[in-house]
Design a protein around this ligand. Sequence first.
Ligand code: CS2
Length: 475
Amino acid sequence: MTRLDRTALASLPAGTGPLADPRALRTRIVHLGLGAFHRAHQAVHTEQAEALHGGGWGIAGFSQRSRSVLEALRPQDGLYSLTLRTPEGPRTRVVGQLAEVRHAADDAARLRELLASPEVSVVTSTVTEKGYWRAADGGLDLRAAPVAADLAGGPEPVTVVGQLAHGLRARRATSRAPLSVVCCDNMADNGKVVARLVRDYVQAAGWPDTDLLLEWIADQVAFPSTVVDRIVPAATDADRDAASAVLGVRDEGAVAGEPFTQWVLQDTFAAQRPRWEDTGARFVPDVAPYQVMKLRLLNGSHTLLSCLGLADGRETVADAVTAPWGEPVLRAYAAEVARTLPGDLDVEGYVDSLVARFGNPAMRHLLRQIATDGSLKVTERWLPPLRALRSAGLPAPVLTGALAGWVRHTRDQRLDDPAADRIHAVWRTTGRGGAVRELLALLGAPDLAEDTPFVTAVEERVAALDTAGPTALLH
Ligand code: CS2
């Protein structure tokens, strides 16, 4: 089968081509982190805006680590297909918004050039929580080896924060054009988070122009916070085969996700951007209510289902949520967390939609994928609502049980987590007795680790889950 590329566009089946002509694009957006999520979310919103209004908003996508995405997309002129898995059946079409496909380290000079270019007015990022190297206090982890190496002036920055800081410095030294840096990862206040990390980096770099650069960033660079939502499991061979069969050409870059998409952006952009508001995105003064609802309810229950589901021998989110315990546990979790959310949100409607989205029989979203990087996800998704309930004097049995579920997960499952070595060391050195306290400390939660009644409650829930399985969370 021939490969998907620009020459193949003319012969694609009707209705499966890009919405906008890829030849009309310039590079006006830099994206850091070229995973499936970006290709199924921001790139699609951008293409829709392009189809409506033009503007040539091509994206230069920079992979941070993987080279396989380059091997998939480069021979295809950046083209790939998105398949939406609706319960009625799949819908596949090619997306053509990637104007350049690059590797951040291999193509570091190009990255810096683009970050300095006045043609580029938007930078987006999807590098997952761990890609930002945040320390427990929320600042940049200056002791993390990649951060330290970037700061020591290695050949080219390998961390996203280093890339941004060096790029902004080059921008200030040349065009001085304003820029918006748009974090699209699942972190509360993600814009503020990234702004702080970049500031921390600049401060630590010891450049002669540090103060001027910080001042210029404060004036000319916006870091709007955003909430992104679309469930996009890692693409599989079966996804690529199915998309290629529909298109009649081989698509090695195919991604597949659910039909639902949401993008809420803080309306503080510093410079031109695509008109995403005409593609369903919402621009609001404050994304916090959307952010807490999405992070705590959707992502939080994802993490819960992954811990409980894997322990119960389930493979996918749909398997877990349709298990006898699945929906009741999800609803009990949501009811507890809802007390920490702003009062005017339609939590019940949101939870109904979650049950439907998670149960979508056409999706195979592996619990194992969601369980990766649990130490960071638990901290982001469960600890803020848990602390909110505790400080209001309200009970939190489900969140306590959720933590117990994660503790068991770290005890029983193979971990894919930046803290895996430290977590294994906890189990080796403390055995069952002290592990809970140590794990809470490792999550950066001394307030919980030092609260003996709380630690005991988690230990009791671990034992209850061991004997009764996931329904233990309902009692
Ligand atoms: C998931 C998210 O992998 C995970 O941790 O919770 O990727 C989730 O699917 C997306 O945030 C949905 O918008």
